[in-house]
Design a protein around this ligand. Structure first.
Ligand SMILES: Cc1ncc(COP(=O)(O)O)c(C=O)c1O
Length: 440
């Protein structure tokens, strides 16, 4: 049944132009593998893997079976003072997958909760170590760490912060973003210029004194701001400065985790190990909401102290380690391992790179960026003002090309499945070119 517009009124959609959407709703009613089915019965190829979530494809049978079995066996288990085996097993598997030294896992339900949890863990860690003056947090311009108050405080996407500026955390600084169209346009993989931007952290250390700084949080590849791969050497410089000054380095790998950059984590791909890794999205292949914060042993050991009968950390969620999410997470990890998905993504990377850069000569394109299976095409602004051209391209792709493409600001963003067919990746950009030919 087609929805008539009056039934759409109550739902206040997230990060959506509600009135524009409800005037011509783009509804999907089913999904299978690499395709959605639209309400009007079309097969829509998903060039964004959900919302960076579903690298293995939609409705993966192994994950669906695991969820079905779990919900029938143990639908919920109280998460405070009682546990269930699958949460422990998933934590163990994640610790195994994580870089050496990162071996404890705190569960939450989303990337936003992972961001705020990681900031709280950083504060609790320094306090437990007797360095309670380390309270300042450092994020980065154009960073995205979800929408909770901690995350938007360290985040650097202006519209996400603007209406809430009165409630942002005090004591937060931002590193400069690394987007440099003048010198790095049309980079393939890591841009050459910009490692020096990490040195801004030294300036902040000189300004505040490191003894007042708790943590630096960055996405190894900024995703939501339009895929900004780190300049060559940049992450290592951040790591070195943090190590020198006893500052915790947090990688928000909510997008980059689980194969998106052709390795289990961006930390592995770039050979830079942070102190804390945040994940969500691909953790369950997007099937059940779940997030997690992975930490070094010394963080856990510093906080988990005191009389053994007392709670060590006053933090947690009703749904931390939810049994159905844990079952989905374990099943997703099985498939990643059995299919060799992270290596598969690495093999597809050059195919994706060639295909996305085929748009470089389009007159409405001013930049193309990619790393792993993440990419963005930056459009010149159209006559209808900021963001309109990319939204129009998204809609044209949906209605005319049977293609799901994400728009954000002036960018079109791409996140192909880890197990994409090369011809589907190539076809995606032929379709996008046709759409770009037609947009205002
Ligand atoms: C890097 C990063 N952190 C955090 C989040 C927030 O995740 P969620 O929407 O699950 O709260 C996102 C979502 O896109 C993200 O990309």
């Amino acid at each position: 049944m087609q929805s008539d517009n009056s039934t759409l009124d109550s739902y206040w959609m997230p990060f959506t132009a509600n009135r524009d959407f409800k005037a011509a709703p783009r509804l999907v009613v089913a999904a299978d593998g690499h395709y959605y089915r639209s309400e009007d019965g079309r097969q829509i190829y998903d060039a964004f893997s959900g919302l960076w979530t579903s690298g293995l494809g939609h409705c993966h049978p192994h994950i669906a079976d695991a969820v079905r079995a779990q919900v029938a066996e143990l639908d919920y288990a109280i998460s405070f003072q009682v546990g269930h085996p699958k949460a422990f097993e998933l934590a163990h598997r994640l610790a195994d997958l994580a870089p050496d030294g990162i071996d404890h896992v705190f569960f939450c339900n989303s990337g936003s909760e992972a961001a705020d949890t990681s900031l709280k863990l950083a504060l609790a860690y320094h306090r437990a170590k007797g360095e309670a003056s380390r309270t300042r947090l450092i994020g980065r311009e154009r960073g995205y760490h979800g929408v909770n108050l901690g995350g938007i405080s360290v985040g650097g996407i202006v519209p996400n912060r603007k209406a809430f500026s009165g409630a942002l955390l005090p004591g937060v600084d931002h590193l400069p973003h690394t987007f440099d169209l003048g010198r790095n346009a049309f980079s393939r993989g890591l841009p050459k210029h910009g490692a020096h931007l990490a040195d801004e952290l030294e300036r902040l250390c000189a300004l505040h004194d490191p003894s007042n700084i708790a943590a630096v949080i960055v996405e190894p590849v900024a995703g939501s701001a339009g895929v900004l791969p780190p300049p060559e050497g940049y992450l290592q410089r951040l790591r070195d400065i943090c190590t020198r000054h006893g500052i915790l380095l947090i990688f928000d790998e909510v997008i980059t985790g689980f194969g998106r950059v052709g390795a289990a984590f961006a930390a592995e791909r770039f050979g830079v190990t942070p102190d804390i890794i945040n994940v969500a999205k691909g953790l369950t292949n997007g099937v059940i909401p779940m997030g997690a914060v992975l930490v070094r042993a010394e963080i856990y050991d510093a906080i988990v102290q005191g009389p053994p009968h007392l709670i060590e950390l006053f933090h947690g969620y009703t749904y931390s380690g939810h049994p159905v999410a844990a079952a989905a997470g374990l099943a997703a990890l099985d498939v990643y391992e059995e299919d060799g998905s992270f290596a598969q993504a690495r093999v597809l990377e050059p195919v994706f790179e060639e295909a996305i850069h085929s748009l470089a000569d389009h007159p409405k394109v001013i930049d193309v960026r990619n790393i792993g299976l993440m990419g963005a095409v930056e459009l010149s602004p159209g006559p209808d003002g900021p963001g309109a051209r990319a939204l129009e391209a998204h809609k044209l792709c949906f209605w005319e090309e049977d293609l799901m493409v994400r728009n954000g600001g002036e960018t079109l963003q791409f996140s192909p499945f880890l197990n994409s067919k090369p011809e589907d990746i190539q076809r995606t950009f032929t379709s996008v070119r046709r759409a770009l030919d037609r947009v205002q």
